[in-house]
Design a protein. Structure first.
Length: 196
């Protein structure tokens, strides 16, 4: 796998940008406190079910479907919501993948044309964030590298969990501050993985 560079900056989620990226009836910020739950051993099976639905909906258009984020790391505390990365040929070509995913129960809620053409679809209950990126996307590669490192380095997994708990307690009603608060430890761990 290609080693991508460290992220230059975190995705801007505050102010007008947060509202501009929202699609449909998505709120610009959280509507209930951010909570970090103990690891749920059912998360891998939940991912397998979602992966089957996504692949059935898209067929060969789904170039990759990966369980990423904290729910993909055994033993790691997380928000009770799966993060899945979907790789398609062109995320900007929404007509190629959004309609079949909507028919399967996923709804477009985020459009970030200035950040890797990222799109995000949610299930009706927002139990899944389905992140859409293009092939060889730096952010997608960082997700895989971080996930795989945390799966094999329990001391960093636990350090990351402690920081997530701290930041969620500090900013329970602000997703932008929660994401920004975790960025320093994520970058620190990515440096351990060899990113520069």
């Amino acid at each position: 796998m290609r080693i991508p560079p460290l992220p230059k900056a975190s995705l801007e989620l505050t102010g007008g940008k947060a509202a501009k990226r929202a699609v449909g009836n998505r709120p610009a910020n959280v509507t209930s406190p951010i909570t970090i739950d103990a690891y749920n051993p059912e998360w891998p099976a939940m991912f397998a079910k979602e992966e089957a639905v996504i692949r059935a909906a898209l067929g060969a258009k789904a170039l990759a479907v990966e369980h990423v984020g904290s729910t993909a790391v055994p033993g790691l505390a997380a928000k009770d919501r799966l993060d899945i990365d979907l790789i398609v040929a062109d995320p900007a070509d929404e007509d190629a993948y959004v309609p079949p995913l909507e028919a399967a129960g996923y709804f477009l809620r985020t459009r970030d044309p200035d950040w890797y053409e990222h799109r995000c679809l949610w299930t009706h209950d927002h139990g899944v964030n389905l992140h859409v990126f293009g092939p060889d996307c730096d952010e997608y590669l960082r997700h895989l590298i971080l996930r795989d490192w945390l799966r094999t380095h329990p001391e960093d997994r636990d350090r990351y969990a402690a920081e997530k708990h701290r930041v969620a307690q500090e900013h329970p009603m602000d997703m932008a501050l929660y994401v920004q608060g975790k960025s320093a430890i994520i970058i620190d761990i990515l440096k351990l993985c060899g990113l520069r």
